[in-house]
Design a protein around this ligand. Structure first.
Ligand SMILES: [Ca+2]
Length: 228
């Protein structure tokens, strides 16, 4: 169901160290530095670490860091993070240490004939979701397709107005789209479909009482293949 938090502690070899992290639960990847000490240079021309928002160095860059100031937290938009660490042959420093974990939400692509899953949290099935969850998943489809979404399991703290914890799905890629209403409790909600380019799935939880969470599946369907 994903990966356990671990640490990255590259030494300082002369050839680049490349690491590709993938979160199997379609959650974003969050990386927090605990120590950082690389050779300092204004453009990081000698020793440096680069982060990319995807599975390769051809994907958009998140940041390039060197020197001894601890970088800010790195968070991806999808479930891939590519790390490239390079050092030249002179002036060695201690390197860096970082811990990665999953952060909920992200930007997802719905594809025809391919069923994909969203879980409320990375440890779905073994523990309840976290308090103070604040997750937005946008699910985009290609032109001529809609996003079809179905709840496989659903268990979110119940309150008559869903005022504590809730899932809210919007018809569109942000919360300006029409809401399908706040969902909570143990009753599995009906299937949903976007009228055009995508859906936003929002999950919020308050400070106390957590439930099992949910498993959603989604795929792209042709615009005229379903009426809801
Ligand atoms: Ca709660």
């Amino acid at each position: 169901m994903g990966f356990a938090p671990a640490s990255l502690t590259p030494q300082t070899p002369s050839s680049p160290v490349k690491i590709h992290l993938q979160s199997l639960t379609r959650h974003r990847i969050k990386l927090i530095f605990s120590s950082f000490e690389l050779e300092s240079h204004q453009e990081c021309s000698y020793d440096r670490v680069d982060f990319y928002d995807g599975g390769s160095p051809e994907t958009p860059t998140i940041g390039r860091y060197c020197g001894s100031r601890i970088p800010p937290m790195v968070v991806t938009t999808g479930n891939h993070l590519f790390v490239s660490f390079r050092s030249d042959s002179s002036v060695q420093r201690k390197g860096f240490q970082a811990h990665y974990s999953t952060a909920c939400g992200g930007i997802l692509q719905a594809v025809p004939d391919t069923v994909k899953s969203i879980f409320s949290h990375a440890k779905y099935g073994s523990v309840s979701y976290d308090n103070r969850a604040d997750c937005d998943w946008t699910i985009e489809s290609s032109p001529e397709y809609r996003v079809f979404l179905s709840f496989v399991t659903f268990d979110v703290e119940e309150e008559k107005d869903c005022g504590y914890d809730y899932v809210e799905v919007f018809n569109g890629l942000d919360s300006s789209g029409l809401s399908f209403g706040k969902l909570c409790g143990k009753t599995k909600p009906i299937n949903l479909s976007s009228t055009h380019d995508g859906l936003l799935v929002r999950f919020r939880s308050d400070d106390t009482v957590a439930s099992k969470g949910f498993h959603i599946i989604y795929e792209a369907i042709e615009e005229d293949s379903l009426e809801i």
